[in-house]
Design a protein around this ligand. Structure first.
Ligand SMILES: Nc1ncnc2c1ncn2[C@@H]1O[C@H](COP(=O)(O)OP(=O)(O)O)[C@@H](O)[C@H]1O
Ligand SMILES: [Mg+2]
Length: 236
């Protein structure tokens, strides 16, 4: 077991601590919730627990069954996990199967419309700029990732989409869209950050009921219950 040392940084949903092992960080998942570039703030009771457990579950599945390299090392408490210390690539990678949220608005299609082909989007991870959408050319111009890294990011994002969509379908969940972050670790691009109802849209496949952070964003109620339900389903 490693020892938790000083805090490196605190984000909107997690705190990252150093450990006595240089290559390992200690992540604490928080109950804090934000939306709309931090303009809406609140707390979701139990979110730190649900997101830690749900993320661990998905990371293990992707690593063990799908050949997706991830930062996940081990779960150390209800709300904490150890991860590989990566250099985060400052790109939010968004994959979309069904139009929802900002995409539905931007391209003028009704939320819930299945896309003929899934869409991949990139945003520049910058709170000051409000995470603006960028493309391959901006990524090259800003040197956010090399061509090889970007190709690997795309390959992994599509692989995660395919594997995770099929996996959650077993639990009567539809993976509408999701956001990934990648990092550099020992010369390799690996999946980092979290995979949770904060970063994915999950809809009940039968009723289309939202089981994700949109319940918080849109004040739909039963927020905590939605996170709990996702964990309950994937645990089986
Ligand atoms: N394995 C990792 N190594 C280093 N940093 C990480 C790792 N996984 C996630 N992070 C970073 O930890 C920070 C805290 O996460 P979070 O609270 O979700 O931040 P944000 O407010 O940017 O959403 C983010 O900047 C995220 O990119
Ligand atoms: Mg985050």
């Amino acid at each position: 077991m490693v020892t938790k040392l000083e805090q490196l940084y605190e984000g909107k949903a997690k705190k990252i601590f150093k450990t006595d092992e240089q290559s390992i960080y200690w992540v604490v998942y928080k109950d804090d919730a934000t939306a709309f570039d931090g303009k809406k703030k609140g707390t979701i009771k139990g979110k730190g627990y649900y997101n830690n457990q749900i993320s661990a579950h998905f990371f293990k599945y992707l690593e063990d069954k799908c050949q997706v390299p991830t930062h996940y090392v081990e779960t150390v408490s209800e709300t904490e996990m150890l991860v590989k210390a990566v250099e985060i690539i400052p790109i939010e990678v968004i994959a979309r199967n069904i139009a929802a949220g900002s995409l539905a608005k931007r391209i003028g299609v009704a939320e819930g419309t299945k896309l003929k082909k899934p869409v991949l989007e990139f945003c520049y991870k910058s709170d000051e700029l409000g995470d603006p959408m960028i493309n391959d050319y901006h990524i090259a111009a800003l040197e956010l990732a090399s061509e090889e890294e970007l190709a690997e990011i795309k390959r992994l994002a599509w692989l995660v989409n395919e594997k995770l969509s099929a996996y959650v379908a077993n639990f009567n969940l539809t993976l509408v869209d999701f956001k990934l972050e990648f990092g550099r670790f020992r010369g390799q691009v690996i999946l980092a950050d979290e995979i949770s109802p904060d970063t994915c849209r999950f809809w009940d496949s039968t009723t289309q009921e939202k089981l994700d952070k949109d319940r918080f964003r849109r004040d739909l109620g039963q927020v905590e219950e939605a996170y709990q339900e996702v964990l309950r389903r994937i645990r089986g």
